[in-house]
Design a binder for this molecule. Structure first.
Ligand code: AMP
Length: 214
C-alpha cells in the first residue's frame, strides 16, 4: 500500500499514521519529522528549511521533491508507506505523479482527514511531541502517563515552535491556499477517500480501516 494522508495541520495525520504503520507494518514517512530532524542535526537541508518552518510557511517545492525522490525512489526505498505531510502543493503532487510514471507505479489511495477548524486549533495548541521517537500526545485527550515524559521511550515531550498560537493561524491559511487544491486534484483521479476525523483517535482509526477495506 502506498498511501497519502491529506488534511489540515492538527487534524490527526501523525497520530493516525503512527497507528496505521503498526497495523499494516509499513513505514510512516513524515516530511515534517524529516525536516525537524535535519534542523536538530544542523544539516544543509535543515539550514535551508528552518526559516520556513518557524514562520509556518512551506519549504520550497524543489527541496521537497528532491527529498521525496531520495526517500521513495532511492536505494532501500520501502515497498509500501504512509505519506504524512507530502504532497502539500499542486507542484509537489504533479512532481510525485511524474516520478510514479517513470517507475510504472502509483499511489493506492489518498485519505482526506476532515474536522472543524476550532477543533483543529484546540488540538494543535494542546499537542506535545516526543523529542526522541516523535510520538504525539494531546494534553486534553491523550495525555502521557507521566507529565512531560513519553510513554513509549521515556523521551522528553516538547511543544513544537510552530504549534504556538501565533503560527497556527498562518499554517491554516497556508493549508487552505496551497494544500486544499489537492483535494480536487486527487478527486479527479478517483483515488480520494474522505474520513471523518472529528472523533477520538480510535474512532478515526475505525473510519480509516473501513475506507481502506472498501
Ligand atoms: P508537519 O509536521 O507536517 O506539520 O510539517 C511542519 C512544517 O514542515 C510545515 O509547516 C512546513 O514548513 C514543513 N513541511 C513539511 N512537509 C512539507 C512539504 N511537503 N512541503 C513544504 N513544507 C513542508
Amino acid at each position: 500500500m502506498k498511501l497519502v494522508l491529506l488534511g489540515p495541520p492538527g487534524v490527526g495525520k501523525g497520530t493516525q499514521a503512527q497507528q496505521m504503520s503498526k497495523t499494516y507494518s509499513i513505514p510512516q514517512i513524515s516530511t515534517g519529522d524529516i525536516l525537524r530532524e535535519a534542523i536538530a542535526k544542523k544539516t544543509p537541508l535543515g539550514d535551508k528549511a528552518r526559516a520556513f518552518i518557524v514562520k509556518g510557511e512551506l519549504v520550497p517545492d524543489d527541496i521537497m521533491l528532491g527529498l521525496i525522490q531520495d526517500t521513495l525512489f532511492g536505494d532501500n526505498a520501502p515497498k509500501g508507506y504512509i505519506l504524512d505531510g507530502f504532497p502539500r502543493t499542486i507542484a509537489q503532487a504533479e512532481g510525485l505523479q511524474k516520478l510514479y510514471e517513470k517507475h510504472s507505479d502509483n499511489l493506492s489511495a489518498v485519505l482526506l482527514l476532515e474536522a472543524e477548524e476550532d477543533q483543529i486549533v484546540a488540538r494543535l495548541s494542546a499537542r506535545r511531541t516526543c523529542r526522541s521517537c516523535k510520538a504525539v500526545y494531546n494534553l486534553m485527550t491523550m495525555p502521557p502517563k507521566v507529565d512531560g515524559v513519553c510513554d513509549v521511550c521515556a523521551g522528553e515531550l516538547y511543544q513544537r515552535d510552530d504549534d504556538r498560537i501565533e503560527t497556527i493561524q498562518n499554517r491554516l491559511t497556508v493549508y487552505k491556499k496551497q494544500t486544499a487544491p489537492l483535494i480536487d486534484f486527487y478527486k479527479s483521479r478517483g483515488i480520494l477517500k474522505t474520513v471523518d476525523a472529528s472523533g477520538t483517535p480510535e474512532e478515526v482509526q475505525t473510519n480509516i480501516n473501513r475506507q481502506l477495506e472498501d
